[in-house]
Design a protein around this ligand. Sequence first.
Ligand code: EPZ
Length: 430
Amino acid sequence: MEQYIMKGGNPLAGEVTISGAKNAALGILAAAIMTDEDVVIDNLPDVRDINVLLEAIEEIGARVERIDRHTVRINAKDIHEVEVDDEYIRRIRASYYFIGALLGKYKSAQVPLPGGCNIGSRPIDLHLKGFRALGAKIEIERGAVVAHAIDLVGSHIYLDKVSVGATINIMMAASLADGLTIIENVAKEPHVVDVASFLNSMGANIKGAGTDIIRIRGVRRLHGTEYSIIPDQIEAGTFMCAAAVTRGDVTVKNVIPKHLEAISAKLLEIGCEVVELDDAVRVVGKPYQRHTNINTLPYPGFPTDMQPQMSVTLALAHGTSIVTESIFENRFKYVDELARMGSNIKVEGNVAVIDGVGCFTGASVNAPDLRAGAALVLAGLAADGYTVVDEIGYIQRGYEHFEEKLKSLGAMIERVDCDKDLQKFRLKIG
Ligand code: EPZ
């Protein structure tokens, strides 16, 4: 099993270029099968979740041509299957985007129900509510969502909770429905806006993405397009926290600063220097960083996907911080791992009380999920001594060349897959 080994203590310094947004790319790749013409997508992040979704697209019969590591041409005219194999949903939940895409185009879809995951139960009831509102018949049969519609007809849908996935999934199906669909209480994340922009580049008629209400006038068909994915807000935020927690000086390039405002605001609150440039943000950590409070919220609030990374930063700040996780019910699993490094955090329900400590000591820890895994790496880079992070497959799902990018900033980190390599690293670093 691959692991990261690192020796902490080096303030990270230099420039890092951010890859395309994983969570935009997952919706966009699913939407790409909604036309019979060529679709070229650029700035794809080279991460496991994207590569798995491309395999699934090929499996149902689309032609997938990898032009380079970050660019793909897809043509879905020969799709012969509206049933997605269970293997794919078990490997990535976002396979559920096939429901909206296939239902929109073929008026039929059969996709396994995604299970829960390490951060919570993650139901898809709102997705199904939207599809039913558009006229689809939805059954749950043998663990799969079976969706059929004679016709999809525009409808007025109110989402009981703000949901990124439901917003994107319903938007896709409604793009090819008859008439006007209004979706209220939608998610406004940058990646939701990117999927809407992508669909509009294919000839869809979607207005209001990024606001509380999205209006979609269905069209008869969608055409091919060429599109470039936006930069990854969460990868950018992760490197911003890496600068803060190691007291470094990092310029995060190829970003949209507006997407990072909630993260920049919190780093400023704890005393970091944050400088916004046109397409970059520079973060300078300070020896004395103070406590603050975090409440994760839908965009433009503080993103839940940045909660573990910010909590690690606060665990090494002065004073007591309160972190409230309002989106998922089980997103503090990393706290027990962090305690092994000397943190002082008490979790009660969805609230973590973080008493900052002066330093962490290196330890062996397990990544419980994607973002918590990245947060534990940040902790290891700030700790005294050696840290080994196990289960790094989670991290590779969402971060492209994570250790290479960190090494380019001066981090002493290696990806290893056996004890011999662990020892070699220790001997090399000393
Ligand atoms: C997306 O998940 C992201 N994943 C998550 O990022 C992110 O944490 C989340 O949005 C919130 O921003 C992708 O985009 C692939 P939701 P999603 O639907 O769409 C509840 C990462 O690290 N809910 O916005 O599944 C749900 O349980 C991942 O990249 C329902 O109750 O999240 C949660 O409490 C982790 N019923 C809340 O809404 C539904 O039908 C928000 O979930 C749907 C959601």
